[in-house]
Design a protein around this ligand. Structure first.
Ligand code: 5GP
Length: 182
């Protein structure tokens, strides 16, 4: 029986999830982050083995064939998956946090019904739309795709154990810590 508990966190893109998670990880020293494998290109500042394991589509397919994922999903033309072995090793050491999308979260729940699902929601869709537009670097078609995706994700949040609204980073991180430390 593993020592730790499994916390799955999802959040619509643009809600500041990574800032919230960084704060949670800093405050709770005995929680480990499950590093996913992805076929997408690294963004500036992302580190191999810390942010993600960056792999090719061929490598990802081989990992599927070898049944190495607890779950995986296709998101915006890239693949993302949770490596099973690494997760189990981390669970032996303590609590583990997964940052994955709703499709992945529901696959995890099927395999591990004791997983706690937490959704980070934007204060409002209008506010999120305003934020996306104010950046000025995304064209209208992309904004629509992202907003549709966010609407779908917020709809899925009804099936989560907890929904925490990110109107303020510190308060949101504190609420998540409260859930984890319960
Ligand atoms: P990004 O490319 O912005 O890092 O992540 C895009 C989306 O993929 C986010 O919603 C993130 O939670 C999700 N994601 C990251 N890793 C995994 C994973 O291992 N499995 C699944 N299903 N989704 C993931």
């Amino acid at each position: 029986m593993a020592k730790g508990r499994l916390f799955v966190i999802s959040g619509a893109s643009g809600v500041g999830k990574s800032t919230v998670l960084a704060r949670v990880m800093q405050a709770h020293k005995n929680i480990r982050f499950s590093v996913s494998a992805t076929t997408r290109q690294p963004r500036e500042g992302e580190q191999e083995g810390i942010s993600y394991y960056f792999v090719t589509k061929e490598q990802f397919s081989q990992m599927i064939v070898r049944d190495e994922f607890l779950e995986y999903d296709n998101h915006m033309e890239n693949y993302y998956g949770t490596p099973k072995k690494q997760l189990e090793e981390k669970l032996e050491q303590g609590d583990v946090l997964l940052d994955i999308d709703p499709n992945g979260a529901f696959q995890v729940r099927e395999k591990r019904p004791d997983a706690v699902l937490i959704f980070i929601a934007p204060p409002s869709l209008e506010e999120l739309e305003r934020r996306l537009r104010s950046r000025g670097d995304t064209d209208e078609a992309q904004i629509r795709v992202r907003l549709d995706r966010v609407k779908w994700e917020v709809e899925q949040s009804k099936q989560y154990n907890y929904v925490v609204i990110n109107d303020q980073v510190e308060a949101c991180a504190d609420k998540i810590l409260e859930i984890i430390l319960k």
